[in-house]
Design a protein around this ligand. Structure first.
Ligand SMILES: C[S@@+](CC[C@H](N)C(=O)[O-])C[C@H]1O[C@@H](n2cnc3c(N)ncnc32)[C@H](O)[C@@H]1O
Length: 254
């Protein structure tokens, strides 16, 4: 699969130059790793920085919170799909026989779509930022299938990748699936329009105890996510919580 260079289009980078240098060398060591092929996947922790590990730990802790609530899990804004894949692995660990716990991922798989004035000017992003390689959704579908095949009940497919502008695809999906109850929705579109559209569309499908996770609440580089949230829900009705070890991700329970 072709590789794309995304850096020049993507958001401003907050790392110090020292950190960037270490990351560059870390990546070099990863690419030049002497590990034999049959030991690579089992040793990926070797390359996890505290920042990357914190994100995974966040999802470990948040997943444990939904174990006693019924419904599906959705990620809005999938990109390369790491979070989706981690969520699938967590389902395999905690509730491998829960056939109702579908995991859905919505993305254009072509980058940002629908930037507007509400997104401000600080992010350096534009339409198409955070795009992925062509037909990447097919590759990710393969990864998600492997995740399911390594766990029980793999004959029942329990994930779906929905490609397209979420402002269109989310209402469309829910109209087709009136049985939907959402146990957890993860918001990571970064920008206002699709976030507002998805929040508005899912509102009737949330139950008491449903969890909403946000990657950019209170973020001055991507203000659109907060604006969208405030327009669909009243801020004062919720405690916006976080885990101290994960810098940017917050969540609330209905
Ligand atoms: C920051 S990335 C998501 C990162 C991902 N959650 C992760 O954990 O690695 C934001 C994603 O939102 C998607 N996106 C932005 N606007 C969209 C829209 N209108 N409809 C669907 N997806 C959109 C982009 O294509 C991009 O993949």
């Amino acid at each position: 699969m072709e590789k794309i260079k995304t850096e020049k289009y993507d958001s401003i980078i907050l790392s110090s130059s020292d950190e960037k240098n270490v990351n560059k060398n870390f990546l070099k060591s990863f690419k030049e790793s002497p590990l034999p092929d049959d030991e690579i996947l089992a040793n990926l922790g070797l390359f996890l920085s505290s920042k990357s590990l914190a994100r995974i730990l966040f999802f470990y802790k948040i997943y444990k919170k939904i174990l006693h609530s019924h419904g599906i899990v959705i990620e809005f804004g999938v990109r390369w799909g790491q979070t989706l894949s981690v969520l699938s692995a967590l389902r395999g660990i905690f509730e491998p026989f829960n056939r109702h716990r579908k995991i859905l991922g919505f993305d254009t798989f072509e980058g940002f779509k629908g930037m507007s004035a509400e997104d401000g000017e600080r992010s350096n992003c534009r339409e198409g930022s955070y795009s992925v390689s062509r037909n990447y959704e097919e590759y990710l579908s393969g990864i998600m299938t492997f995740q399911e095949q390594l766990n029980p009940m793999s004959h029942i497919r329990r994930f779906e990748l929905i490609k397209g502008d979420a402002a269109v695809t989310v209402p469309q999906y829910l109209e087709k699936h009136p049985e939907t109850i959402i146990s957890m929705a993860v918001f990571d579109f970064d920008i206002y329009k699709p976030t507002k559209a998805a929040l508005s569309a899912i509102k009737p499908y949330l139950a008491k105890g449903s969890i909403l996770v946000f990657d950019e609440l209170c973020d001055d580089i991507f203000p659109g996510e907060t604006t969208a949230f405030k327009e669909v829900f009243a801020l004062r009705d919720f405690k916006i919580k976080r885990f101290p070890f994960a810098a940017r991700i917050s969540y609330l329970e209905l």
